[in-house]
Design a protein around this ligand. Structure first.
Ligand code: GCO
Ligand code: MN
Ligand code: MN
Length: 390
């Protein structure tokens, strides 16, 4: 045990489906036995996690009777209490059952949409019963291959109807649930609707109750689209919409890898942790730090817990590196370095007087353009901190 091992105060969470992933892939059968939710709770607590999240079906197998459901939930609650774990987030599986082959909330068949809403209402009741305050929407199969099957505008309108409906319903139930929308560009469908966090942020502004809805960006998903995950998260934070986050690792151009946090693109991982921890200034993220990742298919159960510890340790190591980087005097000087701040107030606010002053300014474009910005040095310092050389 060292200072990088996790404790509950670190707010780390895992999904039942993450450490419980048996290693099935499209080409091969499971390589590990399924762990029960109660076993997972005990193991996660031992590793220093703070919470566990779930899809409805991860805990209560589809087709369970009401009595079976209640017994499973009671047993799970006992395990949570015994091991001091919480359930900050819950979600619905709207992708495994064959009925969802053409999507859930966006499917053409109203019977599918009705089933999806009903399943989500029940999943919300389960989540609230377990204490969840955040409900994630990942549109697993909300997309298409044969694009002519539906006008994409209709798909978006149906998604809006479903979310508005569920916002009203949770309100009527007195549930204090906030919704977090998770974007993904493709997989398992050829194209998924609302494919990036940016698409989601705009979509939220069109909802009837936008204040109850935010985003759940995932490292792998924004990276699959070739975009900067850090910028997506920053935009969500700036809009007050980062309700939850899915941490993992991914290489551009690949299938959704959901790898151990920090195991690819350490540079993005460093910048992400720096942003979330606010070591460079600005508000920090206070929500759960959720790992939506799974162990390599090469691993046995021991490897799964190595994987879980690795996600959390890497986060904490990167947080320490980010603090050191932002406390470095040379780094501070390079970032603060500006020829003059005196134009900032003028640029920050339009009024007629400022417009007239700006119009009349004598700006030396050539001199400004000649100035080197020293970003090479700044970036090298970042790399040296990241590599532990400073
Ligand atoms: C993926 C997704 C899922 C969702 C999860 C919660 O990797 O394809 O990220 O893992 O996050 O289903 O809704
Ligand atoms: Mn995810
Ligand atoms: Mn993923």
């Amino acid at each position: 045990m060292d200072s990088f091992d996790a404790t509950a105060a670190d707010r780390f969470t895992f999904g039942l489906w993450t450490v419980g992933n048996p290693g099935r892939d499209p080409f091969g059968e499971p390589v590990r036995a399924r762990l029960s939710p109660v076993e997972i709770v005990a193991k996660l607590a031992e590793c220093g996690a703070h919470g566990v999240n779930l899809h409805d079906d991860d805990l209560v197998p589809p087709g369970s009777s009401a009595a079976q459901r209640d017994a499973i939930v009671a047993g799970f609650k006992r395990a949570l209490a015994d091991h001091g774990l919480v359930v900050p987030m819950a979600t619905t599986n709207l992708f495994s059952h064959p009925i969802f082959k053409d999507g859930a909330f966006t499917a053409n068949d109203p019977a599918v949409r009705a089933f999806a809403l009903q399943k989500t209402m029940r999943a919300m009741e389960l989540g609230v019963e377990l204490g969840a305050r955040i409900f994630v929407f990942w549109g697993g199969r909300e997309g298409c291959e044969a694009d002519a099957c539906r006008d994409p505008r209709t798909a978006i309108a149906r998604m809006r109807d479903a979310l508005d409906w569920l916002c009203e319903w949770t309100h009527d139930q007195g549930f204090e649930l906030r919704f977090a929308l998770e974007a993904k560009p493709n997989e398992p469908r050829g194209d998924l609707y609302l494919p990036t966090t940016g698409h989601m942020l705009h979509f939220i502004s069109t909802l009837a109750h936008p204040e109850r809805v935010g985003v759940n960006p995932e490292v792998a998903h924004e990276t699959m689209a070739g975009l900067s995950f850090v910028h997506a998260v920053a935009q969500a934070m700036e809009a007050g919409k980062l309700f939850h986050i899915d941490l993992n690792a991914q290489r551009i151009g690949r299938f959704d890898q959901d790898l151990r946090f920090g195991s690819e693109d350490l540079r993005q991982a460093f910048l992400l942790v720096r942003l979330l921890e606010g070591t460079a200034g600005g508000p920090k993220y206070h929500g759960p730090l959720h790992f939506d990742a799974h162990a390599y298919r090469t691993e046995d159960d021991g490897g799964v817990w190595e994987f879980a510890r690795g996600c959390m340790r890497t986060y904490k190591i990167l947080a320490a590196r980010a603090r050191a980087f932002d406390a470095d005097r040379e780094v501070k000087e390079l970032i603060a370095e500006q020829p003059s701040r005196e134009l900032d107030p003028l640029l920050g606010r339009y009024n007629k007087q400022n417009a007239a002053r700006l119009r009349a300014l004598d700006l030396d474009a050539a001199a400004t353009a000649r100035r080197g910005l020293r970003y090479e040095r700044l970036d090298q310092l970042m790399i040296e901190h990241l590599l532990g050389a400073r």
